[in-house]
Ligand binder design. Structure first.
Ligand SMILES: NC(=O)c1ccc[n+]([C@@H]2O[C@H](COP(=O)([O-])OP(=O)(O)OC[C@H]3O[C@@H](n4cnc5c(N)ncnc54)[C@H](OP(=O)(O)O)[C@@H]3O)[C@@H](O)[C@H]2O)c1
Length: 247
């Protein structure tokens, strides 16, 4: 698989799934803007890893929920590399709790980052890709957005929103050769899932037919495929990557 000469922005690339996607795309020849919102040490580590392997990277601080910050990220990418071919909307957070106890601010923050952030970034790159008549937009949803999950009404709503949004954008941009697809991970071993109590982790594991948690590298492989020419006839799709959890 060869992505030589492409330019990508990966949001939330300092840790977990975003980190793995950024490093994988860079290894395949893509120049990668590594977005993060607060953890500069982790983001720097990703940039250094890419550069020490001979790749090209750019540190891109910015909160995806804020359109002004998103626009300044895109400007810095355009200034450095003059184009943008691949957008991976990966940044997302959880603020779990049962509906009856959920605070409005926990609803708002999750929806602002995990759904509005996808809108902000996609809108900002779409004009560039439309002019090029080439683009790949890969949105990270969740099986919670497909099947629902107790304690995650905010997160599941945001992630289901990402699916409807992506299908609509896929239809709007198909004539310009811009492909828009969704990855819906199950349980992937990252800081996000580390925060879950051990008994919840164990019970989730018992529902995974493949008998193991996912690794960020599993998701990176799918993202690389969707960013490549090998996926050129796929758009508007939701691909679950969950060890068979949701069939
Ligand atoms: N892990 C799973 O099992 C799983 C399952 C399904 C879906 N997902 C989805 O996959 C994506 C990545 O999850 P993960 O497990 O890798 O998460 P993670 O380890 O918690 O990492 C989250 C990343 O998002 C960044 N981020 C948070 N808020 C941001 C904001 N406002 N603007 C820009 N970046 C922001 C963080 O940056 P800082 O380092 O600066 O905080 C970090 O790089 C998320 O969308 C998540 O919902 C994960």
């Amino acid at each position: 698989m060869d992505l030589l000469g492409r330019v990508a922005l990966v949001t939330g690339a300092s840790r977990g799934i975003g980190r793995a996607i950024a490093i994988r795309l860079a290894r395949l020849g893509t120049a990668v803007a590594v977005n993060y919102s607060s953890n500069i040490d982790a983001a720097n580590e990703v940039v250094n890893t890419i550069e020490s392997n001979g790749g090209k990277a750019l540190l891109a601080l910015g909160d995806v929920s804020d359109p002004k910050q998103v626009n300044s990220i895109i400007e810095s990418v355009m200034e450095k590399w003059g184009t943008l071919d691949i957008l991976v909307n990966n940044a997302g957070i959880t603020r779990d709790g049962l509906l009856i106890r959920m605070k409005e601010e926990d609803w708002d923050r999750v929806v602002d980052i995990s759904l509005k952030g996808v809108f902000n970034c996609t809108k900002a790159v779409s004009r560039i890709m439309m002019k090029k008549r080439w683009g790949r937009i890969i949105n990270i949803s969740s099986i919670a957005g497909v099947a629902g999950n107790i304690g995650q009404t905010n997160y599941a709503a945001a992630k289901a929103g990402v699916i409807g949004f992506s299908k609509s954008v896929a239809k709007e941009l198909a004539s310009r050769n811009i492909l828009v697809n969704v990855i819906a991970p199950g349980f992937i071993d990252t800081d996000m899932t580390d925060a879950l109590p051990e008994e919840v982790r164990k019970s989730l594991l018992s529902n995974i037919p493949l008998g193991r948690y996912g690794d960020p590298e599993d998701v990176a492989s799918l993202a690389a495929f969707l960013a490549s020419e090998y996926s050129s006839y796929i758009t508007g799709q939701v691909i679950n990557i969950d060890g068979g959890m949701v069939m």
